[in-house]
Design a protein around this ligand. Structure first.
Ligand code: HEC
Ligand code: HEC
Length: 235
């Protein structure tokens, strides 16, 4: 019995040990999962096991497709590695990034390789990223997968989410939201606004000008404005 158990433990530990990093402790594994699910918006787009979105490749088996340097690099700066990919750079403390990176198979020892390999790479000269002021194009690229092109909360990924994506075309709801609240949710993601963490944070990849263009686009979808108290006439 003991031997059988030991054998199972070795088998389970094996994939984690490949790539010479120490396997993560159960505590660290649980923490990494919680970060992906409840703090950062990763599972809005990615599947992990049975839960999560369908807009991007699954994360639980990414190590079987990508090497450690690739995994580390895409988490650090997706646009630099894959210009135009609809994955925002997520701002997070180094300790969280290292843990998530290790959990997914981009172990810390290899970060140095990743640094050398990708840090000095010039961003591609032409990226299909929409221009600053074009809220509609930005929305199509970054938001429509969940919120739907016309903002009815019916994007192809909506059914994979535990909380329905906001209906930006719904004037009754959107007229209760100040522009600042919309801005902060897009910039910082759902979790910091006490909303579903499946709403990702985009402030790591989109500029303030682009986020303002998205707020304006939401206003054109709902054909509404925020509450009177929130409009000081200077915008
Ligand atoms: C808005 C959607 C979105 C969010 C949020 C997101 N990603 Fe991604 N991610 C993508 C897309 C799309 C790709 C595929 C990029 C490509 O290959 O062109 C990707 C690729 C990846 C890959 C490589 C997968 C592979 O098989 O090539 C990893 C690893 C990854 N993301 C990790 C993360 C982590 C960790 C987070 C959270 C901190 C996250 N992603 C948040 C959309 C997202
Ligand atoms: C992976 C799916 C996903 C993507 C991609 C996504 N969202 Fe969301 N978004 C959600 C979900 C789910 C909610 C609802 C959160 C809640 O109500 O708890 C939400 C809520 C919001 C809200 C809050 C609305 C309110 O009622 O206050 C805003 C604003 C928003 N999203 C804007 C955007 C914008 C702009 C983009 C693109 C830059 C975007 N979202 C991309 C899933 C997504």
């Amino acid at each position: 019995m003991r031997w059988a158990l030991a054998f199972v433990v070795v088998l389970v530990g094996l994939p984690l040990a490949v790539g010479h990093a120490q396997p993560l402790s159960p505590f660290a594994t649980a923490k990494a999962t919680t970060l992906l699910r409840d703090k950062y918006g990763c599972l809005g787009c990615h599947r992990l096991g049975r839960e999560g979105g369908q807009l991007a490749p699954a994360l639980h088996d990414v190590r079987s497709r990508r090497d450690a340097a690739y995994i580390a690099a895409i988490i650090r700066d997706p646009q630099r590695l894959r210009p135009g990919a609809a994955m925002p750079r997520t701002r997070m403390p180094d300790s969280d990034r290292q843990l998530i990176t290790r959990f997914l198979g981009g172990d810390v020892a290899n970060r140095e390789i990743a640094n050398r390999e990708f840090a000095n790479r010039e961003p591609a000269a032409t990226t299909p990223v929409p221009s600053d002021g074009n809220g509609a194009a930005l929305y199509r690229t970054w938001c429509a997968g969940c919120h739907g092109i016309t903002g009815r909360g019916d994007g192809p990924n909506a059914k994979a989410l535990p909380v329905p994506p906001a209906r930006h075309a719904d004037a009754a709801t959107m007229s209760q939201r100040p522009d600042d609240t919309l801005y902060d949710t897009i910039d910082g993601g759902g979790a910091i606004m006490n909303r579903s963490a499946r709403m990702p944070a985009f402030g790591g990849s989109l500029s303030p000008t682009q986020i303002r263009a998205l707020v304006a686009h939401i206003r054109s979808l709902c054909r509404c404005v925020g509450p009177a108290w929130s409009r000081d006439g200077t915008r």
